[in-house]
Design a protein around this ligand. Structure first.
Ligand code: SF4
Ligand code: SF4
Length: 243
């Protein structure tokens, strides 16, 4: 069987176009196994006008990785109807403007590697050719770089890379399963931002941390600043990062 993943470089063109006119329209929004990054949730909850707590209850499933103890959040698929995404409609994606990073990136996949000596990060891409996807038969060609820009992925990649850095630090410094309290804090500070804001500003959960006052104040009203604060908190408090 052919491997559907083909490595591709950033300046390499690929033929692909997706539009409501393709015969497979919405096919990729079924059989869902969609993991969500914290920044995906931030964008989706804004789009839907709900709190992060409500979003997690209504649209997400959280389970704990048995070997890492890290909470893993995924979109809850409709098991009564082909495991479709809760946001798909006959007209297409109901949250298109704020759809998750993986939906934007498709049919590409992106990974990062770090140079052990310099710490420099390098992006790697692969083209995922799935048999059900007719997008590869349509007119339209772009390079990987153009695709990333067209799909407005810069903010997603920036925030998601920071999340991958946290997981890498966790794996290096704390390879064992997280304890229950750490699991709770990880989920709170990264995925349930509105509850985290209450804990920060009403219950003083960060009172012992030395924080930049401007960053702290920005987090009162700005969810991205709050998520950045949450990431800092997890790196320092859970995994002992000093920078
Ligand atoms: S979020 Fe939108 S694009 Fe992504 S799987 Fe759901 S309906 Fe499809
Ligand atoms: S062309 Fe591919 S990406 Fe577009 S709807 Fe069909 S399966 Fe999904």
């Amino acid at each position: 069987m052919n491997d559907p993943m083909t490595p591709i470089s950033v300046d390499e063109p690929f033929q692909f176009c997706c539009s409501p006119g393709v015969p497979c329209f919405n096919a990729c929004c079924r059989d869902l196994n969609q993991f969500l990054y914290p920044y995906d949730i931030l964008r989706l909850k804004h789009h839907l006008g709900v709190s992060s707590t409500r979003f997690l209850e209504r649209y997400a499933t959280v389970h704990v990785g048995p070997e890492s103890g890290l909470p893993i959040v995924s979109l809850t698929a409709d098991y009564t109807d082909k495991f479709k995404c809760p946001f798909v409609s006959p007209e297409g994606c109901r949250v298109y403007r704020d759809r998750p990073a993986a939906c934007r990136m498709y049919p590409l996949a992106r990974a990062l590697s770090r140079n052990r000596e310099t710490g420099e990060l390098t992006e790697h891409f692969a083209l995922l050719k799935e048999p059900h996807c007719c997008g590869f038969d349509q007119d339209g060609s772009q390079t990987v770089e153009e695709w990333v820009e067209d799909q407005d992925l810069a903010d997603y990649n920036r925030m998601n890379d920071r999340m991958l850095e946290i997981i890498s630090i966790k794996n290096q410094r704390h390879p064992a399963v997280l304890d229950i309290k750490s699991q709770y804090l990880f989920r709170l500070a990264l995925y349930d931002l509105d509850e985290f804001r209450d804990q920060v500003f009403e219950k003083g959960i960060l009172a012992d941390m030395k924080l930049d006052p401007d960053q702290f104040e920005a987090a009162r009203t700005d969810d991205v600043a709050l998520l950045e604060l949450g990431m800092l908190f997890i790196k320092k408090e859970l995994f002992g990062e000093t920078e």
